[in-house]
Design a protein around this ligand. Sequence first.
Ligand SMILES: CC(C)(COP(=O)(O)OP(=O)(O)OC[C@H]1O[C@@H](n2cnc3c(N)ncnc32)[C@H](O)[C@@H]1OP(=O)(O)O)[C@@H](O)C(=O)NCCC(=O)NCCS
Length: 152
Amino acid sequence: MKVCWHIKRISGKIFREKMSDILALVNSVPNSNWNSQKLFETFCERLEYCLMAVKAGKIVGVLLAYEQEPQEKLGINEKHVFIRRLCVAKEYRGRGIARCLLLKMFTSLTARKAVFLQTNTDNPVNELYSRMGFSRHTTVRIEGHKDNIWKM
Ligand SMILES: CC(C)(COP(=O)(O)OP(=O)(O)OC[C@H]1O[C@@H](n2cnc3c(N)ncnc32)[C@H](O)[C@@H]1OP(=O)(O)O)[C@@H](O)C(=O)NCCC(=O)NCCS
């Protein structure tokens, strides 16, 4: 099957209109149980690095990231871009959409900035990040589980 999707910035308008679609994707991360208020409060004022993959008008993947100050509890001691969520709809996985979202975000950075993200050590997606060239920065224990902190 020919797959054709586009990667676009998530505007404030799209963010508000497509909140439930974005929320469904966000909650496809294991153990994630966000509600629309959390999604809105976390991203509505900081969509600069947020991207979506769209196929035939439908959002099939999102990368949600923001710039933030050093995070001592994650062992990150520099200002950085933090990828909070990277999610692709089940039926579109394995076709390079996550890779495209990541590459687009990197090319959109206007200056050299460190990029970090956090994943549960049990999540198979850890493989994706090492394949994409991220290096394991550290491992932290948070609320009883272990998370890898990846850096690019
Ligand atoms: C993780 C996720 C975003 C990957 O999306 P995707 O579009 O299927 O990924 P891609 O097709 O772009 O794959 C990119 C690379 O990662 C690898 N990869 C992707 N998912 C993988 C997995 N679950 N296990 C191992 N490797 C994986 C692919 O083999 C590919 O490597 P290659 O290009 O060298 O062959 C998707 O599986 C998902 O939404 N999962 C649920 C949400 C989640 O856990 N997100 C991560 C935490 S925020």
